[in-house]
Design a protein around this ligand. Structure first.
Ligand SMILES: [Zn+2]
Length: 436
């Protein structure tokens, strides 16, 4: 049993990003909201917020720490030396980053992502992914552009929220564990990386972007490290910071923190981020162990996850670039739904449903995508030359019926993504109005 579940841990090596480019995924919804599109928010550097609200920040981080310790036996407590001290005026930013236990390798600077329907003037200073993130970039990242923002400029909540919702994938959660060979890994008290390969550049963020909150009892017993997932902690940290920022008149940071939290909510709408082996029953996993085929099983699930991300990114991106906002896939994101969502629903609602939807998603991918990509355990999809042309390859090899079936399946998941996005926007508006 132990070996089957230890092998399961390898799976996480491949599963770091969930949806690809969260900012563009939220955009079909956000761009249609005339209120959120108004450039009404004054851009403010992080240092200004930290100096003005130091005591409130210290109080809320302390409150979160107490609640996390009380509510989650697998939560690794914050070392005392990292607790945010409001009366210490030295290096507030560095101490804030350490107190949150996020990567100090990002600057948390003032920027926003350039969206496909943006009008950029020649005088705008654009930035590439490599100027914001220290992580290696693939094709998808190299296609993105960002705009540097100046303190005091005005920007829309839609742009802040969408840009910030992709920020955790720039490397905020990479290299935080004690075996990651980083300075902060030795200080942050998160322990050894519970699963995933510590040597891969993205691998170490997996336990913070995946939430295995619905493991069966046998798996929990045999592989307790799978319980050490922490996205709910991140959601709570950032939602509480947003609440404070809105309540104290720092609207820019209110929306930005809500965007950071939204990243994890978006990740958890994807079944591959809530279940180590979607669509595989415990009996099948045990049978694979008996037959010595466990690694094959893991590779297949990993490849299906990778194909889903490549397909989602290429389909959504192409439609957005064509301005096909009425296409069914984009409408599955933009159509209004009545939704309200807070951190209270992460385990009981969001991830519980994601787990339920995993088997059908996995089956659709295995049935509709050429078997080489999703049913050949000797093949590695992630990093393969086929990622960019995934849609054309499926269309040529299987036919348009496969595209229709995959679009229908993806549409279901994007509609769910949008439900939680819209619920989160409703929650953010409530906080922004100071009504909660
Ligand atoms: Zn993520």
């Amino acid at each position: 049993m132990r070996s089957v579940l230890l092998a399961v841990s390898l799976l996480a090596c491949h599963q770091a990003a969930a949806w690809s480019d969260h900012a563009s995924l939220a955009w079909p919804m956000l761009r249609s909201d005339t209120h959120l599109m108004q450039p009404s928010v004054v851009v403010e550097p992080l240092d200004v917020f930290l100096e003005a609200e130091a005591s409130g920040i210290a109080e809320l981080l302390n409150r979160i720490e107490i609640a996390m310790i009380a509510g989650n036996p697998d939560y690794p407590p914050t070392p005392t030396a990292l607790r945010f001290n409001a009366s210490d005026v030295s290096d507030r930013r560095g101490r804030f980053i350490a107190a949150l236990r996020i990567s100090p390798r990002l600057e948390y600077s003032l920027y926003r992502q350039v969206m496909t329907d943006d009008v950029i003037s020649a005088s705008d200073e654009t930035l590439a992914w490599s100027e914001l993130s220290y992580l290696p970039s693939g094709d998808a990242e190299q296609e993105r552009l960002y705009l540097s923002l100046s303190s005091g400029a005005r920007v829309s909540p839609a742009h802040i929220l969408s840009s910030a919702s992709d920020e955790p994938d720039l490397g905020m959660d990479v290299g935080l564990y004690s075996d990651n060979d980083t300075e902060v890994g030795a200080q942050y008290g998160l322990g050894e990386q519970p699963f995933g390969n510590p040597n891969l550049p993205y691998g170490s963020q997996a336990p913070l972007h995946m939430g295995f909150y619905h493991l069966d009892a046998l798996t929990q017993f045999a592989q307790p490290s799978l319980k050490r997932t922490l996205p709910l902690w991140r959601v709570i940290q950032y939602e509480e910071l947003a609440r404070l920022a809105f309540a104290s008149g720092h609207e820019y940071w209110g929306w930005r923190f809500m965007g950071w939290a939204l990243h994890y909510i978006g990740d958890l709408t994807q079944p591959y981020h809530t279940d180590p082996l979607p669509g595989v029953s415990l009996m099948s996993a045990l049978w694979s162990l008996v037959m010595g085929e466990t690694n094959d099983l893991i590779q297949l699930v990993s490849n299906r996850h990778g194909v889903l991300e490549s397909y989602q990114y290429r389909r959504v991106q192409a439609l957005m670039q064509q301005g096909a906002w009425q296409a069914p896939l984009l409408r599955s994101i933009s159509e209004p739904q009545t939704a309200c969502f807070t951190p209270d629903g992460v385990v009981s609602d969001l991830t519980a449903q994601s787990v339920v939807m995993g088997a059908a998603l996995d089956a659709t991918l295995s049935e509709q995508v050429p078997s080489r990509y999703v049913s050949d355990p000797s093949f590695e999809w992630v990093g393969s030359e086929f990622q960019t042309d995934v849609v054309a390859l499926i269309s040529a090899e299987v036919g348009d019926s496969a595209i229709d079936a995959l679009d229908a399946e993806l549409g279901l998941h994007l509609r769910r993504f949008s439900y939680y996005l819209q619920g989160w926007i409703t929650h953010a508006r409530t906080l922004a109005r100071g009504a909660d």
